[in-house]
Design a protein around this ligand. Structure first.
Ligand SMILES: Nc1ncnc2c1ncn2[C@@H]1O[C@H](COP(=O)(O)OP(=O)(O)OP(=O)(O)O)[C@@H](O)[C@H]1O
Ligand SMILES: [Mg+2]
Length: 306
């Protein structure tokens, strides 16, 4: 980034555009009836609870990273960017809230599927494998260890949850019931193709993309378009290659660029002397945790774009 990082923003307040929705991280505003201004705030959600403290720079870093990837992936699938400057959609006094952290996108009909692709066994995938030797109905060979690289990336979709609920892992067959066989197969094939290309690029920068999640929508012609954010540490598990080999040897989780640091802190945090029950409000993040998390997000973008 050549321009200075904007000051921390927990919640945007634009007066010139109607607010469509506040997600966990993004505030979406309507621009006319065919576009959305997506403002990535500095909010951080962990265990699906939004932290009270913003992570300075996070929104801008996420947006810049998503833009980096959209630019590299256009040959595989069209994306929701309109190509217009986000600043052009707001009043001059609102520019500081929007600068570097926003995308001006086509308003699509979102599909209720989270298109998850896994190249490695980690997180909920590792958990499911230990119970059933399969992930989302995809059978896997016996004897795999935590963080193992899979012979081929697998597609393990989830149903997009209503606000406040957790996403639910589903089978490919279920996605066929939801959107029909053609669209379901198209989403799967495009997701795997994007993952493979991105993972290969990331590897040349010394980063493993263990798994990732894409969202798609339909445009006014019913064409499939890649939307939301892509391949950020919020939607993807990034591991630095140097930490990976050590982790495999010990069975520990490789250090990651995602929110693991905050999650680890929250796991041991006490509220009124008791472990936090993972419902809002979250315990107050100490400055050290905020700083370290901000540094992780910065490092991920710097490494990728170096
Ligand atoms: N081009 C688009 N058209 C319509 N909706 C979009 C588009 N791109 C992203 N979205 C939606 O905008 C929202 C982004 O906000 P954010 O990522 O903060 O939400 P979330 O916490 O993941 O989910 P939720 O909105 O359910 O809280 C998501 O609901 C996403 O599906
Ligand atoms: Mg999201």
């Amino acid at each position: 980034m050549t321009q200075p990082v904007p000051s921390a923003l927990h919640t945007s307040k634009l007066h010139s555009l109607p607010l469509l929705a506040r997600g966990k991280v993004r505030d979406n505003y309507a621009v006319g009836n065919d576009r959305i201004l997506m403002v990535a705030s500095d909010r951080l959600s962990a265990f699906d609870v939004i932290m009270g403290e913003p992570i300075p720079g996070k929104g801008a870093l996420l947006t810049q990273m998503a833009l980096y990837w959209f630019d590299k992936l256009g040959d595989i699938c069209p994306n929701h960017l309109t190509g217009e400057e986000p600043e052009s959609a707001v009043q001059p006094d609102e520019v500081p809230q929007v600068r570097l952290r926003s995308m001006l996108v086509k308003r699509l009909k979102p599909l209720p599927i989270e298109a998850v692709v896994r190249g490695y066994l980690a997180g909920s995938g590792w958990k499911e494998y230990q119970e059933s030797q399969a992930v989302c109905g995809v059978p896997l060979p016996a004897g795999l260890i935590n963080s193992a690289k899979l012979a081929e990336p697998i597609y393990t979709p989830a149903a997009k949850a209503e606000a406040g609920e957790h996403d639910e892992n589903i089978t490919f067959e279920r996605t066929v019931e939801m959107v029909g066989p053609e669209l379901a197969a198209q989403i799967r094939d495009i997701s795997i193709a994007i993952y493979k290309k991105a993972a290969a690029i990331a590897l040349t920068k010394g980063m493993i993309i263990a798994d990732t999640k894409f969202e798609f929508g339909l445009d006014e012609d019913g064409k499939l378009v890649l939307m939301d954010e892509v391949l950020t540490p919020d939607s993807s598990r990034y591991w630095p290659v140097e930490g990976y080999a050590d982790a495999l040897a010990t069975g520990a989780n490789p250090p990651s660029y995602d929110k693991q640091f905050v999650r680890d802190w929250l796991e041991q945090a006490k509220v009124n002397g008791k472990p936090w029950d993972k419902t809002a409000p979250a315990p107050r993040l100490p400055q050290e945790v905020i700083d370290k998390t901000a540094a992780k997000y910065r490092e991920a973008l710097e490494r990728l774009t170096a």
